[in-house]
Design a protein around this ligand. Structure first.
Ligand SMILES: Cc1cc2nc3c(=O)[nH]c(=O)nc-3n(C[C@H](O)[C@H](O)[C@H](O)COP(=O)(O)OP(=O)(O)OC[C@H]3O[C@@H](n4cnc5c(N)ncnc54)[C@H](O)[C@@H]3O)c2cc1C
Length: 453
């Protein structure tokens, strides 16, 4: 069995046959008996919910209408970060919580969630002065319990020497601080939770779409689902229903006639992938023309540039010419490249919406301060119907979401026999070394490892 957290494509190649027969078996199991919990949605929020509940002893089913981690959770910036930008909106409790979550992830996933330096350039005339921002990074470091390397001030000469591709004509210097990076990438990170849930008996199947849920006379949720691959329809019975459909949470609640106080609005973000721009394994950080943080992120042999933040009405989006221009213009202004980047340099694009949570009362008025809308998650529980909705959130905060959902499900009357079971984290170092030892022969088989250098 593959130890959780092992980041190699060759392992997936080895397992692909058994995975498809496991899916078929699990689709058959979905219709048998009554589950304690059905989790709808296999992005990060659904994956951690299933992993925590299954490890703690609940009988869990998990479905997704597409690939697991195939929607928002594969479109992120791959950062586990303490939310330094929320310091500007004085959301210190959120920053503290995210910093603690980031530290916890770094400790739990030493080979895949690793500290990375953010190399930030300051332009003269920006709304905050250089020294004020540097002070902010020291405060950020303090809020994060000094867990990472200390921030440092960057003079123009140091920047020119260390990152010669940065254009310095408008800059009076910069600063460097730390956060963390998902070296394994976001989708693989999510998949490891699903793999973990399967290990604890969770019945998980992708390409199973929920068409809505109703309650029978005994108060059991009956969820009508469709196997997207065959068109076959069936029903899944569960005592508790967890709606983890990300940007589709509201649609799903409407389908299930489940009223909620909260709802989502959507912020679209895109990234462009180009050939590697700098050999250094650090995130170059700028303030874009709209004043937002803007990143040049190392991604294996490539560089990922972004992101944007524009309000959209639908979760289903695509990269527009305007988005592309915004990213390319911003980067071309801030880097001294031998040749300006154009659309022809774009190897791949990533595009998703951040599901941002608002209270329904605020709809239409409280959303005017768009950039300031909080990125925190909210779990809304209806004890009468035994229904749980997960709104918003971040990959960074995922371990808290898993723990919270398990606590709510227990409060809803589902006994968890193993309340202290550890459901996340990489296996001990010895297991990792043994795995790499066993995988050694495959290194010569021509299948390339995905491990980052
Ligand atoms: C551009 C961008 C950058 C980001 N960067 C970061 C970052 O660096 N760090 C960070 O921590 N966070 C980041 N985020 C936020 C983070 O990616 C999201 O908050 C998180 O991935 C949302 O996860 P989710 O599980 O709620 O939703 P999703 O990942 O969208 O999962 C929901 C799942 O539900 C499924 N589903 C929907 N309807 C149904 C149905 N009817 N039946 C069955 N399944 C259904 C979907 O197929 C989907 O897989 C970023 C987001 C964006 C858009």
């Amino acid at each position: 069995m593959r130890p959780p957290g092992m980041p190699t494509r060759r392992v997936d190649a080895m397992f692909s046959g058994s995975m498809s027969s496991l899916r078929s078996a699990n689709v058959r199991r979905l219709v048998q008996g009554t589950f304690d919990v059905l989790v709808v949605g296999g992005g990060i929020n659904g994956a951690v919910s299933a992993a925590c509940l299954a490890a703690r002893g609940a009988k869990v089913a998990l479905i997704d209408k597409g690939d697991f981690a195939g929607f928002t959770s594969q479109q992120s910036s791959n950062l586990a970060w303490g939310g330094i930008k929320y310091m500007e909106s004085l959301e210190f409790p959120l920053v503290r919580k995210l910093c603690m979550s980031r530290n916890h992830l770094i400790r739990s996933y030493p080979s895949t969630v690793r500290e990375i330096r953010f190399y930030a350039v300051h332009e003269r005339g920006f709304r905050h002065g250089l020294w004020k921002l540097l002070l902010g990074t020291w405060l950020y470091w303090l809020i994060g319990n000094f867990f990472t390397k200390a921030p440092r001030l960057l003079g123009r000469e140091a920047i020119a020497r260390e990152e010669p591709i940065i254009a310095l004509d408008k800059s009076d210097g910069g600063f460097e601080y730390s956060d963390a990076y998902l070296h394994d990438n976001d989708a693989r990170f999510v998949w490891n939770f699903i793999r973990g849930a399967l290990n604890y008996g969770c019945v998980a199947a992708n390409y199973i779409e929920s068409l809505g849920s109703t309650k029978d006379d005994d108060g059991v949720w009956i969820t009508r689902v469709k196997d997207v691959t065959s068109g076959e329809e069936m029903t899944i019975r569960s005592r508790v229903l967890v709606n983890a459909c990300g940007p589709f949470v509201d649609t799903m609640n409407v389908e299930s006639k489940q009223p909620t106080e909260h709802a989502h609005v959507f912020s679209k973000g895109i990234h462009l992938i180009v050939d590697r721009l700098t050999p250094n394994a650090r995130v170059l950080t700028f303030f874009a023309d709209d004043g937002r943080l803007f990143f040049v992120i190392p991604m294996g042999p490539r560089t990922c540039i972004g992101t944007t933040d524009s309000r959209v009405d639908s979760p289903v989006t695509h990269v527009t010419d305007e988005d592309r221009r915004f990213v390319l213009d911003n980067i071309n202004k801030r880097l001294r490249l031998p040749k300006k980047l154009t659309e022809a340099d774009v190897i791949a694009e990533r595009c998703g919406v951040r599901p941002l949570v608002i209270t329904k009362r605020a709809t239409g008025k409280g959303t005017s301060d768009w950039m300031q809308l909080s990125r925190k998650h909210v779990v809304e529980v209806d004890a009468k119907t035994r229904h749980v909705s997960i709104f918003g959130g971040k990959l960074t905060d995922c371990l808290n979401v898993g723990e919270e959902i398990a606590a709510h499900v227990q409060d809803l009357g589902i006994p968890l026999s193993y309340p202290d079971a550890r459901w996340y984290g990489e296996p001990p170092e010895q297991t990792r070394l043994e795995f790499l030892h066993q995988a050694e022969p495959f290194q010569h088989s021509g299948i390339r490892s995905l491990e980052f250098t």
